[in-house]
Design a protein around this ligand. Sequence first.
Ligand code: PMP
Length: 364
Amino acid sequence: MKKDMIYNFAAGPAMLPKEVLIQIQQDIQQYKISQTSILELGHRTIEFENILSNVKSQLKTLLSIPDTYEILFTQGGASLQFAMIPMNLMHNKQADYILTGLFSELAYEEAKLYGTIRVAGSTKDMQYCQIPTQQMLDISKDSSYVYMCWNNTVYGSMWHTVPDTKGIPIVADMTSCLLTQQIDVEKFGVIFAGTQKNLGIAGLCVVIIRKDLITSTRTSIPTLMRYDVLSKANSMYQTPPIFAIYVVDKVLEWMKQQGGIQVLENQNKEKSSLLYNYLDQSEFYETKINPTDRSIVNVTFYTPNEQLDAKFIQEAKQNGLFNVQGHKHVKGIRVSLYNAMPIEGVKALLSFMIAFESRYKSFV
Ligand code: PMP
């Protein structure tokens, strides 16, 4: 099957825009006038200095990040933040966590190694099929921060409003949704995102942090995990992951060319609505997420049984619709509609879903 007839619905590492892949191929041969491949570029070169400052200024513009925030680049993917956040921010040894799925649970378990962690809200007993309402939250004024995961990649749910935390800074994991919708950065103390979904490749994490929160004085924190050290060194305390940062630069340029975040958000809503509208009227497929809490980038659903789920995944692949299997925790089907997924891919998926339903509905 030709590459341009294949749509990759993986949750991450995920599809990159075609234009970015073409640019990367050229830059692997020779990056600009440097005479070297981007893979050989040194971090002390003027070219890399330009890449780094370009990434920061593009992020600032696309997300309207105020000057009161700093942008850091860390390694260890998104998961290392599960430890860096409590290590750096939990000054009074207490934090509140809101549990809405697998990754908030993992962050909660990690934070427990460093202090007293309260569960300020959880929908675990509802199998995470909804996001807690404001009334379901119990925020402590003694907590250093309130932690949340904005978009739950595994379950396919997302927050649609920022909770009121009575002035306690919010730390938000936006790994699967940063740059897929407009956000009001000032409502958050820290926003972080692993880059393998909407921003580039795996391993790198973007941390957007309010400057007044960068005050780490605890010397027991490993040097490389201190926000103040990274901030002073402009994220270059060690050799940074140059290629990963370069890919983010190219993806951000592509986003700008698409018209910016509002345009991408509209497209993501249009793509996910195509699927949700069809799923809602279908008696064959089932979605478990509360309609008002649905993700616009990770859509999860089930056919009538596990055998049909397996058939769906296999036949989808034969039709060029790759990686539609649900996460092992929840099984079923999951399709990720990040920025790089064109509407044609979603339309191809929808046609396949309609045909699959009519082929198999009489068997159930
Ligand atoms: N948070 C969320 C919301 C995620 O979706 C993921 C990865 N799927 C992670 C954290 C972990 O990211 P990483 O593998 O880069 O550590």
